[in-house]
Design a protein around this ligand. Structure first.
Ligand code: UD1
Ligand code: CA
Length: 455
């Protein structure tokens, strides 16, 4: 069955009280509309149309960054929000005559699982119904439309909460807003839909009553997992979705061999990857495109964003962003690694050290209270406590180069641009404003070479 998808995302999201289009608010680090697009893409749809309206330009731009990228995606603009039926109609030009079936879902339901949509699509394909809809049986109505059935249990229509009689309000079977339609029937009937109901809008749900009156086959797939059907209308819903998504991510990681000492206080975003036998301690935040190897110990209190960390690393109470860290590296507590940091294997970064835009060679130690910025450090360098690369002259940034096996004495100021030759040493408190040759010992302010060292 050739299936196309329409995702509705034009609504304003008034109750979010936001300047940002509702569907761009992130859940576990990812705009919620990306979940909807991904889930639909997982079904192997031939084409997807995202119906946008409020903040259309922003939504278009953000969607192009969804990971993984969404194939065969088109946008349809709904300039005025005149109801769900009117919204789907905006996709007609893009999809009419292009598919046998059309799946409709929303951009503000990030918790819907691909398996659930898969079941709906399968049922639709096997039953050849005109409409197959996903219904939820739950005690809390969440203000969803009610599924009305006749004495033979056949669906006769959907009634919106605002239009329902007291008897209809008591119905526990709810409309999730997710449907499969026979494409030819949908596009034909949608064009003739009239505004109805309390809001005088074009209700997509009216198509169910129309199909019933035409004696068309209407199938349902019933779910009982209300959490999956949570639509985000307020920031309270957003926080609920965040919590549920976080629990899903954590559970999947644990089942894949990652220890989470306390999942309730472990915050891992959707696209993070972690190797087996790594232990994540409490209050750790792993964000963006972070990848962590096997056998690491991360946290407590680590914040890592868009970074790669090799196997067998230890990161304790540190902040790391846009950095690449090889295997066997120890970091923290209280280190800060900023963008462009690259640590080779077996490096040690101790407390209160900041590294930015620098390469640090294998086995080098930066133990205490240092700033290393715009620098290249060789292997087995020892950076004494309080060492600073003075990389900024007030106008420009300059580089510091330190060769292999250099020993930088405590409180050395390295005034960049400056190069320290291999195996050189500086005395405590040296202010180095000229290059030092290999094997030299330099001391003082400004530092001068006092001796050549034998090695
Ligand atoms: C809709 C259903 C209701 C169902 C509920 C599930 C209708 C008439 N009612 O109600 O039966 O229980 O969803 O959540 O369909 N949208 C547009 N353009 C519009 C109107 C809406 O893009 O003109 C989008 C919204 O951004 C949202 C989705 O469609 O993502 C649903 O719209 P919403 O107004 O929340 O529908 P409900 O009234 O909740
Ligand atoms: Ca809604």
């Amino acid at each position: 069955m050739n299936l196309a998808a329409v995702i509705l995302a034009a609504g304003q999201g008034t109750r979010m009280k936001t300047q940002v289009p509702k569907v761009l608010h992130p859940v576990a680090g990812k705009p919620m509309v990306c979940y909807a697009l991904e889930t639909v893409a997982a079904l192997g749809v031939s084409q997807t149309v995202l119906v946008i309206g409020h903040g259309a330009a922003q939504v278009r731009a953000a969607v192009s960054n969804c990971q993984p990228a969404i194939a065969n995606l088109q946008f349809a603009e709904q300039r005025e929000q005149r109801g769900t039926g009117h919204a789907v109609l905006q996709a007609r030009d893009a999809l009419h005559g292009k598919s046998e079936a059309v799946l409709v879902t929303y951009g503000d339901m990030p918790l819907v699982r691909a398996e659930t949509l898969g079941k709906l699509v399968e049922r639709h394909a096997s039953s050849r119904a005109t409409i197959t809809l996903l219904t939820l049986v739950a005690d809390d109505s969440m203000a969803f439309g009610r599924i009305v059935r006749d004495a033979d249990n056949r669906v006769t229509g959907i009634v919106e909460e605002a239009d329902a009689t007291p008897e209809q309000l008591a119905i526990r079977e709810l409309n999730c807003g997710i449907y499969c339609f026979d494409a030819a029937w949908l596009w034909e009937r949608l064009a003739h839909l009239q505004p109805t109901g309390a809001k005088h809008e074009y209700y997509l749900t009216d198509l169910i009553g129309i199909a019933a009156r035409e004696h068309r086959a209407i199938e349902t797939i019933v779910t009982r997992d209300a959490t999956e059907m949570l639509g985000i209308n307020t920031r309270v819903h957003l926080a609920q979705a965040e919590k549920i998504m976080r629990a899903r991510i954590n559970t999947a990681l644990m089942l894949a061999g990652v220890t989470l000492t306390d999942p309730a206080t472990t915050y891992i975003e959707a696209d993070v990857m972690i190797g087996a036998d790594t232990v994540i301690e409490p209050n750790t935040h792993l964000r963006g495109k972070t990848r962590i190897g096997a056998n690491c110990r991360i946290g407590p209190n680590a914040i890592i964003r868009d970074s790669q960390i090799g196997d067998d690393c230890v990161v304790l109470a540190s902040d790391i962003a846009e950095s690449v860290i090889a295997a066997g590296v120890r970091i923290g507590p209280f280190a800060r690694l900023r963008a462009g940091t690259h640590l080779a294997s077996q490096v040690y970064i101790g407390n209160f050290s900041e590294v930015k835009n620098s390469f640090v060679g294998e086995g080098t130690h930066i133990g205490h209270f240092s700033y290393i910025g715009d620098a290249e450090l060789g292997a087995r360098v020892n950076i004494g406590a309080g060492t600073i690369t003075c990389n900024y002259d007030g106008t420009r940034k300059h580089r510091t180069r330190i060769g292999d096996d250099v020993f930088i004495g405590s409180d050395t100021m390295l005034i960049a641009p400056v190069t320290i030759g291999a195996r050189a040493r500086t005395g405590a408190g040296a202010v180095v404003n000229k290059d030092l040759p290999p094997n030299s010992l330099a001391v003082g302010v400004p530092a001068r070479v006092v001796r050549q060292l034998k090695h």
